[in-house]
Design a protein around this ligand. Sequence first.
Ligand SMILES: [Zn+2]
Length: 517
Amino acid sequence: MLPRSIRRAAMAAALTLTLAVPLPAATAATAAADPAIDSAAARGPAPGAPGIGDVYFPDYGNGGYDVRHYDLKLNYQPGADRLDGRATLLATASQSLTRFNLDFLLDVQEVKVNGRTAAFARTGAHELEITPARALPRLLPFVVEVTYSGTPGSVTTPGISTPWLRRADGALALGEPEIAWWWYPSNDHPADKATFDISVTVPEGKQAISNGVLASRRTSGGRTTFHWVMDKPMATYLAMLYVGDIEVHRARSSTGLPVTTAYDTTLGPRLEFAKASVERTAEIIDWESSLFGRYPFSSMGGSVVNENVGFALETQSHPVYDSIFFESGPDVGVVVHENAHQWFGDSVSVGQWRDIWLNEGFATYAEWLWSEKEDTGTAAELANAIYDEIPADHPRFWRTVPGDPTPASLFYASVYWRGGMTLQALRGAVGDQDFFAILKSWSRIKRSGNGDTAAFIALSEKISGKRLGPLFRTWLFEPGKPAAPPAPVTARTEAQAGPPASYASHKRFHELLHGPA
Ligand SMILES: [Zn+2]
């Protein structure tokens, strides 16, 4: 994700661990999915946990099973904002289950498990509690079918503004971490990734864009069905749906992958700037592939929406951009950012939301690398300029540690910029050759899976042969401004003094950090 405020500012430009226990404790994907296994095996059939084990969001996701595939068959009526759906989930029980939960908010008509009608109930803030007719044996696959309907744009839940955006001509499903509850039932946490088939039927003439490859498009009786296929594991929040009057372009990348770009037909003067940016997606992905390794997905593209969501999001294989990024000119940096997430965030996902810097610090650093390539300021210069700009007594920035930012600061500037500074400090410590080897190795080893901070540090130490605990501790976990800047201060000529050229909207950057809270 890239909030517009951070984008403008940046390019204008703690869990407080003890020293003895420098790294976050074990992790994520496996830790979240597995603890139930052994204890439950000993205990016999039991209900699955209502949360997957996220330390920030204890009731997000669920325990006791792992989803392998989602097949969504949706029928959407714009105007009325009426969504009728049937979701078929293929899952495997990780414990013997008498009952299990999905996360979902719309009205449910029927649930079947392995073809038999199952009882269901609403519990908690967003739980759909399902009791199958027979207990589900541990380690065996099972099938869940949920038939549902609703008007997602009018469904609310306390503390979260509804991320499903109803439009006059369609709808947009986009959000992080919360969005899936409004349009499909799921095990809603990035620790449980799955492949997807998403079929959406809309009135003829409307477009329906989602993730992956468009496998088919069929029209009959005045309705058109778009069938999208995401054949690589995807975190639930990275599934998107965009329905409406949309200008769609199809092309092929240099590597032969399908490229779908889409633009709201009401963009007006922003359309030209949006195209000047998003039509460079394949070129940007080629460049990122040279730095991060093979592109992880079978398609690429992006949509530009006129919804004033205030951010862009790295929805898998097809990011979505608020048109506000293209308000006054092209913005290639945001395209660099969201596509860098295809490696860092999408292919390699967090297993705990706490590790969000592995997404945002890396995507931010990709923007700085682009600036370096474009000769508008090196990553080292940008990292140091931001370090210099933010005073040690800033009320929030240095107190927020990227390695454990708290749920309220999940997308705060520190996660992005101090996260990026962390990578700059690493690059300085290990040298360019090892640094880029670490990035490539990380995206290869963790491809289609989950990563955590401890594993990234371990990999960095293994590749570089250096002890890096103190460096990561300083930049990721210790509140307060580190004593030394992320990059050594080098002598610069008089003409070069001042922030690098890509550090352009300095004013906005200053406002964001120092302006009214
Ligand atoms: Zn981001």
